[in-house]
Design a protein around this ligand. Structure first.
Ligand code: MD3
Ligand code: FE
Length: 217
């Protein structure tokens, strides 16, 4: 009899790291479909290019963003929100590719969240020096569903804090192919990204791209 412990299912295709209750890192979970992800990303950014949004306070964000799916996260002088239309083009965001949907559902399920139905995918592009300060994700209608994040390209130091902005965050390195599921008791934790260090990735060049899949509406 063959012992097929490691090829049996998605449950064993990666190394898991539990950061705290509700937050699990699935190392390398996206590697097996990276080609399909990158092809989809090119199609999306051809229709909805990366742009630097402006915060309600008037600051240009260092991270460039775009979206796909039924709704997309946007920021301008009037606030942060989800919008069905790309505010630059006036067009609906490109549709959510099957590979994003399937991968995020598999990741969510392997972290214990069955029937994850994301309707929004925010795509963040970091160049060296770009950062995201500590914040909570609170624009979604319901905090029951998890958020699934997929990291691509050069590594970043991710900051994972507590429930108050001044709780000391832990540092987690996230690199190409890593998928993280944040849900349940971790859903409203503060988090951010340290300024990106320069680097060169074979497929993404001098960039880090992060996809976050959410149920926004
Ligand atoms: C922890 N993006 O877009 S993804 C964001 O790497 C955002 O671009 C970061 O934070 C990035 O809002 C981090 C990881 C992440 C996303 C949502 C979370 C971590 C989270 C929600 C709750 C706790
Ligand atoms: Fe966030």
């Amino acid at each position: 009899m063959t012992m097929n412990l490691f090829e049996d299912s998605a449950l064993c295709r990666t190394w898991r790291e539990e950061l705290c209750p509700g937050a699990v890192v699935l190392r390398g979970f996206a590697l097996e479909c990276q080609t399909a992800i990158l092809a989809a990303l090119h199609e999306i950014t051809a229709k909805a290019p990366f742009r630097h949004m402006v915060t309600p306070g008037g600051f240009r964000m260092s991270v460039a963003m775009t979206n796909c799916g039924a709704c997309g996260w946007v920021s301008d002088r009037s606030g942060y929100r989800y919008d069905a239309l790309d505010i630059d083009s006036g067009q609906p965001w490109p549709r959510m590719p099957e590979v994003f949907l399937n991968l995020s559902q598999e990741a969510a399920a392997s972290a214990g969240f069955q029937s994850f139905e994301p309707d929004a995918c925010l795509i963040n592009s970091y160049q060296p020096g770009a950062r995201m300060s500590l914040h909570q994700d609170k624009n979604e209608r319901d905090f029951g569903p998890p958020i699934v994040s997929i990291s691509l390209g050069i590594p970043a130091v991710f900051l994972f804090g507590g429930f108050r902005r001044d709780d000391k965050p832990m540092r987690v390195s996230l690199t190409h192919g890593d998928v993280v599921v944040w849900g349940g008791p971790a859903r409203l934790r503060y988090h951010g990204v340290m300024p990106l260090k320069a680097g060169l990735h074979a497929l993404l060049g001098e960039h880090r791209v992060n996809l976050t899949l959410r149920k926004a509406a």
